[in-house]
Design a protein around this ligand. Sequence first.
Ligand code: NAD
Length: 316
Amino acid sequence: MIDENSPQDPTRRAALAGGAAIATGAAAMSLGATAASAQQSEAAGVLAGQTVFITGAARGIGRAIAVGMAEAGANVVAYDVLEDLPGFPIPMATPADMAETRAGVEAAGVGFMSFAGDIRSLEAQRAAVAEAEAALGPVGIVVANAGVNTNAGFLTEDEAAWEQHWEVLTDVNVKGTAATLRATVPAMAERGAGRVILISSTFGRQGNASNPAYIASKWATMGMMKSLAIEVGKSGITVNAVSPTAVQTGFGGPRTQEQIDGSNEWLAANYHQLDVGLLQPEDIAGSAVFLASPAAAMITGSSIDVSAGAAARYTG
Ligand SMILES: NC(=O)c1ccc[n+]([C@@H]2O[C@H](COP(=O)([O-])OP(=O)(O)OC[C@H]3O[C@@H](n4cnc5c(N)ncnc54)[C@H](O)[C@@H]3O)[C@@H](O)[C@H]2O)c1
């Protein structure tokens, strides 16, 4: 017989398998300009009745994950800066982008709320989570996805670009991601269940000459993932990463046609072992949904590399 304090106790295992499955009891209501909709989830699926908080959800990989989670039955809380970062050269998502995310999520028949805010603000994320939880129920899944990229090698002559590269990327990708976790994970720990998914990169697995701060930030994402997995494992929370290869999004500026269609020789020879060019955001979403699902209950401290085979060359 297995005693209830044992890690083999069936109740403990069932709680882990349920993951973030906590009754939400979301009510139909409108919360004004920041709330696109907050309706009772009608969707059936492995995540039915749960609520997920996703940063950088207005476009790209974040949007695809939002729609993927919605199609699996989860209510979606989408958080995105929705304005350009002062002095930063890459355009951020717009309110029109967020409207597209909203349409994709609502088509799945789940509740949706959106918030405009920077992940560098812990306070803004806490406020968003509190407002969303009042309408949609406890946030049991968090996807820390928002991130930025620029290029400036160690030897670049452009000192201003170098300063910005290290300052903004460290602030957003590292400390901002940590703030997302701090805004969401303590309540999961109190409830004794939760799923945390960080979006790292194949660049969190290797070096690259043109964007060392980005590389450092994505290795840091792996470090945060593994450290948090240790800190909250006994609280019933799993913490994992999804590490995509190059994906066709607005990230880091425009892509070349060669990259997009896979005719780029370097990409084909050194990177993707599958016969594809850039992946699509939807190619990444399934892994995040899986990590939030009961099937992934015993996976924590790990990364799923959605790398089209790039991982075959560089990870142990
Ligand atoms: N696209 C790729 O090739 C690729 C590859 C590997 C990993 N990734 C990772 O995937 C994640 C998503 O990237 P994407 O390709 O969808 O890029 P994207 O630029 O299309 O989307 C990023 C989203 O994050 C938002 N955002 C950026 N900074 C923010 C901030 N400070 N606060 C709140 N929101 C902010 C943007 O407005 C945008 O909606 C990033 O973490 C990135 O590092 C991307």
